[in-house]
Design a protein around this ligand. Structure first.
Ligand code: GTP
Ligand code: OAA
Ligand code: MN
Length: 658
């Protein structure tokens, strides 16, 4: 049963006025400005594809506003058809943005401007009137790292400096899309306008895109997404790799009050496919808080044990820390089966029985290419061999793909062209063939182990939630939280080595609470309160929470745990805990597997240092507790819920006694 009258339920923002759409306002101002010019001509809507009359009035208004602001040469209303895809590919081929990969069916390669290869966290903002609604209190004088705030005034200024006329000479595509299966009560609709055909082709894979979405919109509101690569024609500077972008002026902004997303200057992944991080996570988390559910950076997988019992697990690991790989794992233990529901984002809500259920709001995978191979992830390899857009990978002379990790699977007699265009690339040059954040964008329906319920409109019931990251030292392979509150601390205290998924340089251990640090749409202290409130919203039992670490290293810097398909051994232990088996023992940090309870059959235990895998060095954990306390103190301050402070105090006490 769902409990509705909880005290600390989502603090609904009471809107006493009708908030003004930022895009509408910007377009009005831009039109007024334009009228002052001597050469003023009323901007006409020239439609080159599709029909404006097919759009609902609200959508039509949004399209009008965007066109008045950006002044494209024409408008293309996307229907999601094959014919349209052919057209987009043609346009991109003519512009030199994309090339075929004839070794596979309908696969394409794009190489971006090397200045536009990853999310840019420093230029990603949440716009609220009160800074405190976005960024926790923190400590005076310390730079906040939990969400960047921008004031509505600064946003207005930023938009007026970038958007008027920004699509000049280009086509503005109108992309209606659903996050989640079309028509599901858990799904939400967005409309993105963009001047990038690459974005359209990618949104067509990553979301349910096209005409079928609009009838389900009804009179509901949709998320307005405005995107431009910021290169009006004629160009002011030459393009690099024919990839339009404006890295020095890139901004990615979100306005929770009006459900708007405004992104400029980047064509890359999380900056430009606005359904993904911007909608499903940043705005999604603010909507989820209001409506009493969770929008998380999590994979969802189904796992069936040899006895035929099936459970679903959700797991939050930071970017490039193993979600896609776990979600598509080929288990090494006999009799186990893994099925994939999603690899990056989970929307989780209680059903009428109070069971927490998850949907994957996406329709495709935008996965990290390097490291993916028939050895590590055959399921992903078999998914990407048709209808896939690759970005910033290397190309073989026989028309195939190459990246770090495919050395043994690439014929010897082919030459390799690197992502930067070096022909005859070889490993000796010391530079990687593919960019470390190069990606494949591929339809989820092609995944050979896609779960039969992956599009279920009810979602799948979640039995366990995993947190994890890249922890070379001190953090055991797996431990279980004592209870929900402790589990929320485990999520809040997550740290991980930085990766190439964002602009951070070098390898530092960074705090990344809930793997959401780059994706919070509101104050992290309030996010913690929201998570804590979840167990009070149901009379059913909550999923158990675990922490995993595949990335512990030995003193020579090698991973101790073989990872990938062998991770099923950890899932096996987790499932036994979910069933209530007595296979755990208490430690200072949480419940560890009883000696002998982790199934290691078939692994070469002569080389596997199981002792080191689970060792808890006291000095390390003392430091860890101090680092977490400092982080909470500096970054969250008085917005930290008392329960979390209390949980940390208890951890500190247990570590003291180690
Ligand atoms: N050593 C080791 N490496 C792994 C394991 N799982 C994944 N990796 C590597 O980690 C990198 C990123 O993995 P992904 O599964 O794509 O990461 P993700 O969490 O889905 O990343 P985002 O799409 O950025 O959110 C790849 O190079 C993988 O090969 C593992 O169990 N052990
Ligand atoms: O958003 C992106 O570009 C890719 C992604 O999944 C992440 O960084 O977590
Ligand atoms: Mn991700």
């Amino acid at each position: 049963m769902v409990v509705t009258n909880v005290k600390n339920s989502a603090t609904n923002v009471m809107v006493s006025h009708i908030p003004k759409s930022v895009i509408n306002e910007a377009s009005r101002v831009a039109a007024e400005e334009a009228k002052k010019s001597l050469h003023y001509e009323e901007h006409s809507l020239k439609v080159s594809y599709g029909k404006l009359s097919n759009l609902k009035a609200k959508v039509r208004t949004f399209v009008d506003e965007s066109a008045r602001l950006c002044r494209p040469a024409n408008i293309h209303i996307c229907d999601g058809s094959e014919r349209e895809l052919r057209h987009l590919i043609n346009v991109m081929q003519q512009a030199g943005m994309i090339e075929p990969l004839p070794k596979y069916h309908n696969c394409w390669l794009t190489r971006t401007d090397p200045g536009d290869v990853a999310r840019v966290e420093s230029r990603t903002f949440i716009v609220t009137k009160e800074k405190r609604d976005t960024v926790p209190a923190g400590k005076e004088g310390v730079k906040g790292t939990l969400a960047n705030w921008m004031s509505p005034e600064d946003l207005k200024e930023a938009v007026s400096q970038r958007f008027p006329g920004c699509m000049s000479g280009r086509t503005m595509y109108v992309v209606p899309y659903s996050m989640g299966p079309v028509g599901s009560p858990l799904s939400k609709i967005g409309v993105q306008v963009t001047d990038s055909p690459y974005v359209v082709a990618s949104m067509r894979i990553m979301t349910r895109m096209g005409g079928q979405v609009l009838p389900t919109l009804g009179d509901e509101d949709f998320v307005k997404c405005l995107h431009s690569v910021g290169c009006p024609l004629p160009l002011k500077r030459p393009l690099v790799n024919n990839w339009p972008c404006d890295p020095t002026r890139t901004i990615v902004t979100h306005i929770p009050e009006t459900n708007e997303i405004i992104s400029f200057g980047s064509g890359y992944g999380g900056n430009s496919l606005l359904g993904k991080k911007c909608f499903a996570l940043r705005l999604g988390s603010t909507i989820a808080r209001r409506e009493g559910w969770l929008a998380e950076h999590m994979l969802i997988l189904g796992i069936t044990n040899p006895q035929g019992v099936k459970r679903y697990i959700a797991a939050a690991f930071p970017s490039a820390c193993g979600k896609t790989n776990l979600a598509m794992m080929t288990p090494s233990l006999p009799g186990y089966k893994i099925e994939c529901v999603g690899d990056d984002i989970a929307w989780m809500k209680f059903d009428e029985d109070g069971v927490l259920r998850a949907i994957n709001p996406e329709n495709g995978f935008f996965g990290v290419a390097p490291g993916t191979s028939m050895k590590t992830n055959p399921v992903a390899m078999n998914t990407v061999l048709s209808n896939t857009i690759f970005t910033n990978v290397a190309k073989t002379s026989d028309g195939g793909i190459f990246w770090e990790g495919l050395e043994k699977e690439t014929p010897n007699n082919v030459s390799i062209r690197s992502w930067l265009g070096d022909e005859n690339w070889s490993a000796e040059c010391g530079k990687p063939a593919a960019h470390p954040n190069s990606r494949f964008c591929t339809p989820a329906s092609q995944c050979p182990i896609i779960d039969p319920d992956w599009e279920s409109s009810k979602g799948v019931p979640i039995s366990a939630i995993l947190f994890g990251g890249r922890r070379p030292e001190g953090v055991p392979l797996v431990y279980e939280a004592f209870d929900w509150k402790h589990g929320v601390l485990v999520g809040a205290a997550m740290r991980s080595e930085t990766t190439a998924a964002a602009e951070h340089k070098g390898k530092a251990i960074m705090h990344d609470p809930f793997a959401m640090r780059p994706f919070f749409g509101y104050n992290f202290g309030q996010y913690l309160t929201h998570w804590l409130s979840m167990e009070g919203r149901t009379t059913s039992s909550m999923p158990k929470i675990f922490h995993v670490n595949w990335f512990r290293k030995d003193d020579k810097g090698r991973f101790i745990w073989p990872g990938f398909g062998e991770n099923v051994r950890v899932l096996d232990w987790i499932l036994r805990r979910v069933e209530g088996d007595d296979v755990a023992e208490e430690s200072a940090v949480g419940l560890l597997p009883r000696p002998g309870s982790l199934d290691l059959k078939g692994l070469d235990t002569s080389t596997l240092d199981t002792h080191e895998l689970f060792r808890l060095p006291k000095g390390f954990w003392e430091q860890e507790v101090r680092a977490i306390a400092k982080y909470f103190d500096e970054q969250v301050g008085e917005d930290l819920p008392n329960e979390i402070r209390e949980q940390l105090r208890r951890l500190e006490k247990r570590v003291e006694k180690m």
